[in-house]
Write a protein that binds this ligand. Sequence first.
Ligand code: ASP
Length: 318
Amino acid sequence: MIYNRPIILVHGGAGAWKTRGSEIIEEATKVLKDSALEGFKAMQTGSAIEAVTTAVKVLEDSGIFNAGMGSILNMLGEIEMDAGIMDGKTLKAAGVGAVKRVKNPIILARKVMELTDHVLLVGEGADIFARSLNLPLRKGAPMRIIRRYHELMEIIYRGKNPTRWRNVLKIMNLIGLYDTVGAVALDSSGNVAASASTGGIWLKMPGRVGDSSIVGAGFYADNRAGAASASGVGEIIVMLMVCRYVVDLMSQGFDAAKATKKVIELVTKIKGSNNVGVIAIDIHGNAAVAFNTEGMARAIMAKNLKEPKIAFFNEAIP
Ligand code: ASP
């Protein structure tokens, strides 16, 4: 669908939203709405890059999604967060990976983009950089995340076979539950930007870095075409360079709906279903979502909307 710019489209992950209960959906709806509104507001004084930073910060701070304060834990029970951001005007981009201490990985990624010559900063080095900038640090994981980790561990060790962790994921109904966050925006001057932020996937190995840190994989933006942000199994998103692929198709003349649909069809053909979702905006104001999972949480706000529209499943939103 076409919207009038400025436009912001945010997501709270592709995955098994149906099985999560009305209380979670209600909370997620409120946070997605706030995120879209705050991101939209940021474009009144700033540009698309400001919008995707602000919107993702709101999602990270909420603790509801798998990013920032709501990040899930790795195999050792530690927080290791990834985030990335790209400015379609300058094609400058940066990601941070496996960061443990900073409160808002998206702010840190933005600082890497603006203050360094690097595009990817990981682990201790990235956390030291955050401290050198006096960025706020986070507290430990919320109780519900710690509880879930222990449930998973108990199942693994009761099974006496740690290599069966994929079965554990099935038991816990976690397969297909990817609630990473991200945003894409088109401002009134025609600039686009994209961002992504995540705690990764449950039971990942320590040191694993996913698509949300990798330019072209979990996020991509180019003023000549549009912007995209993805969620799902990071390894697949990286191997197929999902967001760069969507933006490439938009630069060939496909609108956001056709480009996202084509890429998800390809992902499904190669890697099967229940693994990836992507949102995108093209420079003409078309906004779209496509996913091969049960749903993808998202919210859109634009100049021609009175308030954000929110959807989780196959509704024609955006
Ligand atoms: N893409 C994220 C990752 O693999 C997970 C998610 O989308 O929830 O790190």
